[in-house]
Design a protein around this ligand. Structure first.
Ligand SMILES: NC(=O)c1ccc[n+]([C@@H]2O[C@H](COP(=O)([O-])OP(=O)(O)OC[C@H]3O[C@@H](n4cnc5c(N)ncnc54)[C@H](O)[C@@H]3O)[C@@H](O)[C@H]2O)c1
Length: 279
């Protein structure tokens, strides 16, 4: 819906790639002025260059509180305010199927980016918004932080923390007209999953493996397709816009229904029932 974010200024962290990049493009299309805040300067500058005067890149490390504060100041100076802070940057960290094999060597880094980064972004944006009539803070979590599973141990812990942080912040900041909501994606087109499980593989092997992994994930979703960055942008525009001014502390899953349940027939269960019914 074009024009929905006219007169709004937003920061999108992690806006140089994947979900963030897709949302930056859609925010600009909806009329917003957007700061792309990312550690990857080359990719971030490139995205900004394609979007004209309504987008600007600001090199930002979300794990550094000062850097995040600078990004907020940059948005205010460049575009005259800040109405939406989309704390989206995140990394997957390592994956070890078994807890007994996990060494937690990436724990500090994953937590610093995925949790502290969101906390810094929420705080820095809220400090500005409190003095300027409120605003909308959107934090990217994951269904990986809502449904227990084996594998990405630290990542799962980090995303659960994002949920609790966001809901606590929603309670704390509501009186200032600041809303804090989460988007929980799953199986969205972006390099993050391939980077986590494909390190050390050739490009060809990685691409083949990812085709299989995607097909497996899709088979476990009620809506049987891979998600797109546009699917996430729809939710993000809703939370950034005035259509959601009565919503705070919510976690919106944009996951093809994956968290709700697996549509695969429960093979073993049904076989037992069928065997007895035939007798
Ligand atoms: N793609 C999915 O299916 C999926 C599913 C669930 C959750 N997520 C979450 O969505 C968010 C975006 O992921 P994506 O899939 O677009 O991945 P991505 O790897 O394409 O994008 C992540 C971006 O974050 C940036 N970034 C990393 N560390 C940073 C730092 N310290 N400071 C600033 N920027 C930093 C990267 O440079 C990159 O541009 C993440 O929080 C991720 O956990 C993604």
């Amino acid at each position: 819906m074009s024009g929905e974010l006219t007169d709004k200024v937003a920061i999108v962290t992690g806006g140089a790639s994947g979900i963030g990049k897709g949302c930056v493009e859609r925010f600009v299309d909806a009329g917003a002025k957007v700061v792309i805040a990312d550690v990857n300067a080359e990719a971030g500058e490139k995205v900004a260059a394609t979007l004209g005067a309504h987008a600007a890149f600001k090199e930002t490390d979300v794990a550094d509180a000062g850097s995040v504060t600078d990004a907020v100041a940059f948005a205010v100076e460049r575009f005259g305010g800040l109405h939406c802070m989309f704390n989206n940057a995140g990394i997957s960290g390592n994956r070890n199927d078994h807890l007994l094999d996990e060494d937690f060597s990436d724990f500090q880094r994953v937590m610093a980016i995925n949790v502290l980064g969101v906390a810094y972004g929420t705080q820095a944006a809220a400090r500005h918004m409190k003095e300027h009539g409120g605003g909308s803070i959107i934090n990217t979590t994951s269904i990986g932080g809502m449904q227990a599973s084996r594998g990405p141990w630290t990542y799962a812990m980090s995303k659960t923390s994002v949920n609790m942080l966001s809901q606590s912040a929603a309670i704390d900041l509501g009186e200032f007209g600041i809303r804090v909501n989460c988007i929980a994606p799953a199986n969205i087109e972006s390099p993050i999953l391939g980077n986590m499980i494909g390190s050390g593989l050739s490009e060809e092997a990685k691409s083949k493996m990812m085709d299989e992994v995607r097909a497996f994930l899709i088979s476990r979703q009620p809506i049987q397709r891979q998600g797109t960055t546009d699917d996430i942008a729809e939710a993000a525009i809703f939370f950034a816009s005035d259509r959601s001014t009565y919503m705070t502390g919510q976690i919106m899953c944009v996951d093809g229904g994956m968290l709700t349940g697996n549509p695969q027939p429960a093979g073993g269960f049904q076989e037992i029932v069928a065997r007895y019914r035939q007798q």
